[in-house]
Design a protein around this ligand. Structure first.
Ligand code: COA
Length: 174
């Protein structure tokens, strides 16, 4: 089997359902943000690992939005999928939903983007397979990933703003 053969985004889909217990909450009875970050990190790491069949580490958290508070006793579902892979790094989107216990209806309440890197036994980066986006949302996320990577590398001091061609194109007309 070719370890670097392209895989669909759907291949990495990872779903994790949790209940917000009292010790997961903050002082006003809502899910503590740090707890949600932990669930996001674990769910997204499994998705990245499924994509590349390697050990992965979190390289950076690109974006997190806590759009709606999540109450104690809520049923929370996290869905993570690799949106794009570069050489050794993979961008992963995590969508967070709260489920109405009576109707079963799921409402999206949070979203995050993490970057993982595949590593060998010495901690050195390893190449990962490309992603094939299929749905409209997967294609949109795939397209935006290069800009987000460039922004993250600039913020991390790993790229000069002048070299961020894809990102600059958003702001500078030809
Ligand atoms: C992530 C890690 C493996 C990167 O190692 P490195 O020696 O810097 O390797 P490189 O410079 O080759 O970077 C590897 C990849 O990570 C990407 N990367 C590193 N920092 C990044 C950032 N801030 N934003 C986006 N991508 C980043 C690089 O662009 C590169 O991607 P590519 O191979 O797809 O082009 C290393 O920093 C590490 O082990 N960090 C600790 C990870 C960890 O323990 N996480 C758990 C939480 S503490």
């Amino acid at each position: 089997m070719n370890a670097l053969k392209s895989k669909t985004a759907a291949h990495s889909l990872t779903t994790n359902t949790e209940v917000v217990m009292p010790n997961d909450t903050n002082h006003i009875g809502n899910l503590f943000g740090g707890k949600l970050l932990q669930w996001m990190d674990i769910t997204a790491a499994i998705a990245a690992g499924r994509h590349c069949n390697r050990v992965v580490v979190t390289a950076t958290i690109n974006h997190v939005s806590f759009d709606n508070p999540i109450k104690q006793n809520s049923v929370v579902t996290l869905e993570a999928k690799v949106s794009r892979a570069f050489t050794s790094s993979m961008e992963v989107f995590i969508d967070v939903f709260v489920e109405d216990r009576i109707t079963g209806e799921k409402t999206k309440c949070n979203e995050a983007i993490f970057t993982f890197v595949a590593i060998d036994q010495h901690g050195s980066p390893l190449p990962v397979p490309p992603v094939i986006p299929e749905t409209d949302e997967e294609k949109k996320r795939y397209e935006g990933a290069l800009r987000r990577r460039q922004l993250s590398l600039i913020l991390g001091g790993r790229m000069k703003p002048d070299d961020a061609t894809e990102l600059k194109a958003l702001f500078v007309a030809d």
